[in-house]
Write a protein that binds this ligand. Structure first.
Ligand code: BES
Ligand code: ZN
Ligand code: ZN
Length: 482
């Protein structure tokens, strides 16, 4: 169900399902807004994680405990809102009132308001495109918010829009690989961009050949489907950055591993998600455009599937990349770095202020940081790094930094070419990062989203499967960028 109306209100309607998010310091307020004798207003009501229901035929009050006011965080509020919308959906409710009081002066005030906009959308998400019948569809479609947060109305809309783009990224990831190919990914990116005022340029195989993108072409050799190179640009007249922010997303629409075939069951099962980086940057630039942020942003997406077809690129091949450098292929499953290298090299032509790439690049990143964070590797100054990390904390799309020390570069030296495409058993995420770094030459941040991009089981408001990770992170970073 899509959210049809979302707005702030100043008084509660007593016939509408109402969710109170209650901390110890908002108990009094909650009492005042609730008919006397509805529930006992004791400690239990505001205890963290506690759900208190008071449903009669005409009154539906739900109290969600936030714990001690001083310990409330934006993420706790997101989770409480998810619990509230879940309950509303299971009660088949269409209209929900939400009451949230945050003490004025809280440093993250605007993020609470954004969360109020995000959550009805993120909570309602389902991917039902291929089901003949949906058993219990979500029902919530109107959300009214009573809050003391100033300017909440416009922040609600921004939160809602960003969440909707997050859900589009989820859809792109969840689409099966026989539907979402490089060709249809490009078509969808173009259609979405047209609707939001983003310029789209799509290169087909001929144009990719003309550009001598050897890495992308090598990975594409085992495939029956043409590759695409997608360029999206948002450049409003009032942009404040004279050099663009360039986003790069890995767009492997399916990763079989190629001739270095992945084992199955297991490793290959979720590899339709190997274009989650592409989905994130496509949706992030469109979110930036929809919000009319005054930033010049460009997104680059190299896209192909990775298959072991007849003419597939082969271990021991030496590939000449767009940059002119040569790569000895020792594992065709390390294909993400091959296609990203050409995109990162091409980015030099755009004279970027900063390039951020998002990629489901290594299984090692999942081992290192799990599914609750992404691995960040960067050569940028401390200021940019801390702005990225901060955006990660506030959106709860968190980043853990791994180093790019010189010594790691030794691990990708090749006997016969400029480098090899794998670095051995150790430090797998970092050697992938070091490989990419060789194709940069500007401020750059690499974010390995292999863990959080796709979940085998639901984790709260991050449902099962595609999560859309990266959209809210990039949007928040770009919104605060100067
Ligand atoms: N797409 C995979 C990485 C991946 C693994 C993403 C698990 C999400 C979940 C990538 O192309 C890959 O196969 N990487 C190899 C690199 C290795 C051959 C050096 C890996 O991580 O095993
Ligand atoms: Zn692979
Ligand atoms: Zn891959």
């Amino acid at each position: 169900m899509t959210i049809q109306s979302l707005q702030t209100i100043f008084t509660l309607d007593k016939n509408t399902f109402t969710a109170f998010l209650v901390a110890d310091d908002s108990l009094e307020l909650t009492k005042n807004l609730t008919p006397a004798d509805v529930v006992a207003f004791d400690e239990k009501l505001w205890e963290a994680g506690n759900l208190t229901r008071h449903y009669t035929r005409s009154e539906q009050y739900l109290f969600v405990g936030l714990g001690k006011g001083a310990e409330v965080t934006v993420e706790k509020v997101r989770k409480a809102l998810h619990a509230a919308f879940n309950e509303a959906n299971s009660q088949k409710v269409e209209s929900v009132q939400v009451v949230l009081y945050i003490p004025a002066g809280n440093a993250d005030l605007e993020y609470y308001a954004l969360a109020l906009g995000e959550m009805p959308v993120l909570s309602n998400y389902e991917f039902n495109s291929y089901k003949s019948e949906v058993k219990a569809p979500k029902t919530v479609k109107n959300v009214h918010v009573l809050t003391n947060i100033p300017n909440a109305e416009s922040l609600l809309q921004i939160g809602k829009d960003t969440a909707e783009f997050t859900c589009i990224a989820r859809d792109l990831v969840n689409e099966p690989p026989n539907v979402l190919t490089p060709v249809t990914l490009a078509e969808r990116a173009e259609a979405l961009s047209k609707a939001n005022g983003v310029r789209a340029e799509i290169w087909d195989k001929k144009q990719i050949e003309a550009k001598q993108m050897g890495g992308l072409l090598a990975v594409n050799r085992g495939s029956q489907t043409e590759p695409r190179f997608i360029i999206l640009e948002y450049k409003p007249d009032n942009h404040t950055n004279d050099k663009p922010i360039v986003l790069v997303g890995k767009g492997i629409t399916f990763d079989t591993g190629g001739l270095s075939l992945k084992p199955t069951p297991g490793s290959m099962d979720s590899m339709k998600s190997d274009m989650a980086g592409a989905a994130a940057v496509i949706c992030a630039i469109n979110a930036v455009a929809k919000a009319k942020l005054s930033r010049h942003v460009i997104a680059l997406i190299p896209s192909t599937d990775n298959r072991p077809g007849e003419d597939a690129y082969t271990p021991n091949d030496v590939i000449k990349m767009m940059s002119g450098n040569t790569v000895e292929v020792l594992n065709t499953d390390a294909e993400g770095r091959m296609i990203l290298a050409d995109a990162l090299h091409y980015a030099k032509e755009l004279n970027p202020a900063l390039v951020i790439d998002l990629a489901t690049l290594t299984g090692a990143a999942v081992i290192a940081v799990g599914t609750i964070a992404s691995a960040l590797m960067t050569n940028t100054d401390e200021k940019t790094k801390s702005q990225l990390t901060q955006a990660g904390l506030l959106t709860h799309e968190r980043l853990v930094e791994l180093p790019l020390w010189d010594e790691y570069d030794e691990l990708i030296k090749s006997d016969i070419a400029d480098m090899k495409n794998i670095g051995g058993r150790y430090a797998g995420s970092i050697t992938a990062g070091k490989f990419l770094q060789r194709f940069t030459g500007y401020p750059w941040a690499h974010i390995d989203i292999a863990g959080p991009a796709f979940l085998e089981s639901a984790d709260n408001y991050r449902g099962k499967n595609g999560t859309g990770v990266g959209v809210r992170l990039l949007f928040d970073f770009i919104r605060n960028y100067q």
